[in-house]
Design a binder for this molecule. Structure first.
Ligand code: FES
Ligand code: FES
Length: 186
């Protein structure tokens, strides 16, 4: 990140303007942009990258509807500065979905969410998909993971309408399907 030395010349002493040049890879595409230093990652992704899956809801890192992966780790983009993804990679649900042909995890999740009717309003769904993709890819979910354990693993993602049971069932089904496809006894 290059912070401009004349960054404050555009603002008054009472209203300083800090700008920075950001270079990142968002959903596989290199992106370079001049942004205000206080720009939040969710705003950068929605306004500069065209992302729609990261959604603002609580704005205080409670609900997970804005979840994205930064260098493979889930973060709440509503409370994460865009400058902190400089020289890092960002993956959103769109990016994961783009991997569909090559990566079985997103496909298994998508199929299971449809099969178990785990989407009602759908506002929270991309955040759940991002978190579940991370948990499965990292080996944190197994066919033996109980719904009680799943609730704990998913405590950073809130769904306000489905009561969670269909989401938990879908997550378990996806893990089972993936294990079955690998032939490791789901
Ligand atoms: S909008 Fe970011 S955690 Fe709720
Ligand atoms: S599907 Fe409506 S809040 Fe999650």
């Amino acid at each position: 990140m290059d912070v401009s030395e004349d960054e404050r010349s555009a603002g008054s002493a009472a209203d300083p303007v800090c700008t920075a040049q950001l270079s990142t890879v968002a959903n596989g595409q290199p992106v370079t942009a001049d942004i205000a230093c206080h720009t939040l990652l969710i705003d950068f992704l929605r306004e500069e990258v065209g992302v729609r899956s990261a959604r603002r809801s609580c704005d205080v890192q409670l609900c997970g509807s804005c979840s994205v992966l930064v260098d493979g780790l889930p973060v709440s983009s509503c409370c994460y500065l865009a400058v902190d993804v400089d020289k890092k990679s960002v993956l959103t649900a769109e990016g994961l979905r783009g991997l569909e042909d090559a990566d079985p995890i997103y496909t298994a999740l998508e199929n299971a969410f449809v099969e178990h009717a785990a989407v009602q309003c759908g506002y929270c769904t991309p955040g759940f998909m991002v978190t579940l993709w991370f948990l499965i890819e990292g080996g944190h979910l197994t066919p033996g993971t109980t719904h009680e354990e799943l609730r704990t693993l998913l405590k950073g993602n809130l769904c306000r309408c489905t009561g969670y049971e269909p989401i938990l069932a879908a997550a378990s089904a996806a893990v089972g399907a993936l294990a079955g496809a690998r032939g490791d006894g789901a």
